[in-house]
Design a protein around this ligand. Structure first.
Ligand code: ASC
Length: 157
């Protein structure tokens, strides 16, 4: 069954989720720091997966499908609004690769994170054109700014 069948329901659910979450102070969403760590890692796992599906298409590993690109880009754009609420005070320790600089230079971190989020929004706009070259360029830019933030703020494996 095509994924597109679920798009309106998915969009409505995602919008409701974002509205509910952004109405709360960040710390109130988590019982304990470990939950905040899991939350942001879950968001990044989903983004990596859905961005990866777009990369697979624009790099020719799977056939290009304009509708699938749009669905996946929209999921990445929605999820990219969630993860930053997970970087709460006290969540620098535990099962995390986040560097101390996330908390010691929050404005710089926020700017790097915002850049990747903005590039993801541009990818979603590019996906709406259905133009493979534009999607490829926008996916490349989004990948670069995701990577730049990781290089600066994530401990290497
Ligand atoms: C991802 C991910 C990144 C970027 C980057 C693309 O899916 O986790 O950091 O894309 O690797 O080059």
């Amino acid at each position: 069954m095509p994924l597109s069948k679920y798009r309106p329901a998915l969009a409505a659910t995602a919008l409701g989720l974002v509205t509910a979450l952004t109405a709360l102070p960040a710390a109130a969403q988590f019982q304990k720091p470990e939950d905040a760590i899991k939350y942001r890692q879950s968001a990044m796992f989903l983004m990596n997966n859905h961005l990866g599906r777009i990369f697979a298409m624009v790099n020719g590993r799977v056939p290009f499908d304009a509708n699938a690109a749009q669905v996946n880009a929209d999921i990445v754009a929605t999820v990219s609004r969630l993860q930053f609420a997970g970087f709460i005070e006290g969540s620098d320790k535990g099962n995390t690769r986040a560097k101390a600089e996330v908390w010691s230079e929050p404005d710089k971190f926020r700017a790097a994170a915002q850049k990747s989020q903005d590039d993801i929004v541009k990818l979603s706009a590019a996906a709406k054109t259905g133009n493979q070259d534009q999607i490829k360029a926008a996916a490349g830019a989004a990948g670069q700014s995701c990577k730049a933030c990781h290089d600066a703020y994530q401990k290497p494996l």
